[in-house]
Design a protein around this ligand. Structure first.
Ligand code: ZN
Length: 131
């Protein structure tokens, strides 16, 4: 398992992108819409991981709801696994509260699933798998 990326909820990718480009530079940034999640992401590679700025593309997107409730900021941490479904089954069997029982489509053509923050001390955890 390794840290895949850290998700940060933002209102505007344009504004946040300028802020974070001043930190990381923007020559390797990657922007993409993830229709299934209702988000657009702008990611910056940092070492072996990514900082992923995430903005809502529609009002009912979980990111829109998060920002409405808590404002912009740290949203989730994502860990890469080899077999996502096996990890979800294992965690579920051990009593962990899953948001997604089965993998969804995420950015970078990854399969993803979220775990409820109540299971990890207030932190929203995403597991992801390369395809
Ligand atoms: Zn993510």
């Amino acid at each position: 398992m390794k840290v895949s990326h850290i998700g940060i909820a933002v209102r505007s990718l344009e504004e946040a992108g300028i802020n974070y480009a001043s930190l990381f530079g923007d020559k390797n940034s990657h922007r993409e819409i993830v229709e299934e999640q209702g988000v657009e992401v702008l990611s910056f590679p940092v070492g072996d991981t990514f900082i992923e700025l995430t903005a809502a593309t529609r009002d009912e997107s979980p990111i829109a709801k998060f920002i409405e409730k808590r404002g912009e900021g740290m949203h989730h941490i994502a860990f890469e696994v080899d077999d996502l479904q096996a990890e979800l089954d294992r965690l579920k069997a051990s009593g962990v509260k899953l948001i997604n029982d089965t993998p969804r489509k995420g950015a970078h053509d990854m399969l993803i699933a979220f775990i409820h923050p109540s299971s990890f001390n207030g932190v929203l955890v995403e597991l992801c798998q390369r395809q």
